[in-house]
Design a protein around this ligand. Structure first.
Ligand code: ZN
Length: 475
């Protein structure tokens, strides 16, 4: 490890208590997307105290912000999230399900760690820039509303991430490795049908049923499934069935749709066909309809150049060093998982990190190795708003072990561990790896050049935000 990187790691380790406290506070606040006022303030205050210039209210979202330090290029950004999930209240560091009295929400995706670990990296990189007296800028992006709200997509729509040379981010996980798969793009919209109310028995001929239209649209889309690419996903929820009276022809009814596919272009194509099915349903039922677009995500394009930089540093930094106390908690937590969940965890590792990695994790409680890059191209069957960032700048993302192997996302077990020393150790590791990688970008201009070359090739055609201009963040 170079001297500069050693100093960076030492700095992060020395402040572990500070970062542990910040992460714990955000864990306790457990604020939902776009309502992360106290969490955002804490992160902003810390950045300001460290000498960053803080700008708040990005993209018209009160809790979206950035902290900038330095001058000139290269410009390296690190992404932080800090929103919690509803219905996941849980006491920290427990191996049984116990709700907290103060809140109904919990950090079931470890975003208290995510936001703080990224901040730790940015602060350490700032110290490096001061010391080296070289040109370069480090930006911490406070990205709200990841769980529900597509915060980064709205930020990308305003061009927040344009022109950055490298973006690093991470996510708390149950293994250590690169987030090398892409994710699904997603287009969402509500279809609202309008018919004519009437007595369903006395004068049904005068009625035009909006509920019929919703039902026929769903039937049409269920047939459509066979004729789209197999990786696509079409989901719907009936959000208004037109009331509870069977003897009234339903005047209005609505259904909410999501069209997911490996590339944004494919999602748009499927979405267009769903719109045609809606038009057909309206014609069949003599109703009218309107489409109200909602959230959206672009697919994630992992930048291989930045991925290699991250993984070289990850190998040097090593896996989080868990102690006997961590193992004891993780073991108890893991014993609450069914055999099915554990099998699913092994399959997930195999898909993302390859056969050897899956064999390595069998029977393990906490991940103690860093998996090498798996050259297989896979698509994660979910969506993330980091995808929209990856369409505006080269982006690399790692995963670090912050929970017992097998811990499902969005579970009370994850909330418990996000508030424990297991999570903190994974968070500190992530901060070191991202910080070291930023140093590489500042020291070696070829990295940014190569990353950009790859990025421009991957996003040929540019960025088309999946959320139309008229849709505002659901604050
Ligand atoms: Zn998450």
């Amino acid at each position: 490890m170079t001297e500069a990187k050693e100093r960076l790691c030492r700095r992060i380790a020395e402040k572990e208590k500070t970062y542990s406290d910040i992460s714990r506070k955000i864990w306790e606040y457990a604020e939902l997307g776009f309502h992360e006022y106290r969490s955002a303030k804490l992160l902003q205050d810390t950045l300001e105290a460290e000498g960053f210039q803080v700008e708040t209210g990005l993209a018209g979202i009160p809790t979206a912000f950035k902290g900038t330090f330095g001058t000139g290029g290269p410009v390296v950004a690190i992404l932080g999230e800090f929103d919690a999930l509803p219905g996941l209240s849980q006491k920290p560091g427990r191996d049984t399900q116990e709700k907290r009295e103060e809140t109904d929400c919990g950090h079931g995706c470890g975003h208290n760690l995510l936001g703080t670990g990224s901040l730790a990296a940015a602060v350490a990189v700032k110290a490096y820039l001061e010391e080296s007296r070289g040109a370069g800028t480090i930006i911490y992006f406070g990205c709200p509303g990841e769980e529900k709200g597509s915060g980064k997509t709205f930020m990308a729509r305003e061009g927040c991430f344009e022109g950055l040379d490298a973006v690093f981010c991470w996510h708390p996980w149950d293994v250590n490795g690169l987030f090398s798969s892409s994710s699904l793009a997603d287009i969402c919209a509500a279809f609202i049908f309008h018919g004519k109310a009437s007595h369903a028995s006395a004068s049904p001929h005068l009625g035009r049923s909006a509920l019929d239209a919703v039902e026929l649209m769903n039937v049409g889309c269920n047939f459509l499934r066979e004729h789209v690419i197999p990786e696509a996903r079409i989901h719907y929820a009936i959000t208004n069935a037109g009331g509870s009276a069977a003897n009234v022809v339903q005047e209005t009814a609505s259904v909410y749709y999501e069209a997911r596919a490996p590339r944004l272009r494919q999602s748009f194509e499927i979405f267009e066909r769903i719109c045609e099915v809606a038009r057909g349903a309206a014609i069949m039922t003599g109703t009218s309809y309107k489409v109200v677009r909602g959230d959206g995500f672009s697919d994630y394009i992992p930048n291989k150049v930045l991925g290699n930089v991250l993984m070289e540093n990850f190998r040097e930094a090593g896996a989080p060093d868990f102690d006997t106390h961590d193992y004891a908690l993780a073991e108890k937590i893991q014993s609450t998982f069914s055999e099915e969940i554990m099998q699913e965890a092994v399959t997930a590792v195999e898909d993302q990190h390859g056969e050897n990695a899956a064999a390595e994790m069998e029977g393990k409680v906490l991940a103690d190795a860093v998996f090498p890059i798996n050259p297989l191209k896979t698509v994660m069957p979910g969506s993330t708003d980091v995808g929209d960032v990856s369409y505006q700048a080269p982006t690399g993302q790692i995963l670090t072990a912050c929970k017992a192997f097998g811990t499902p996302g969005h579970s009370w077990q994850e909330v418990s561990q996000s508030g424990s020393s297991i999570g903190i150790k994974g968070m500190i590791t992530a901060a070191k790896v991202m910080g070291m990688s930023a140093i590489d970008v500042f020291q070696n201009p070829r990295i940014a050049e190569e990353a950009k070359k790859e990025f421009l090739k991957a996003v040929k055609g540019g960025y088309h935000c999946p959320i139309p201009e008229e849709i505002k963040p659901d604050l």
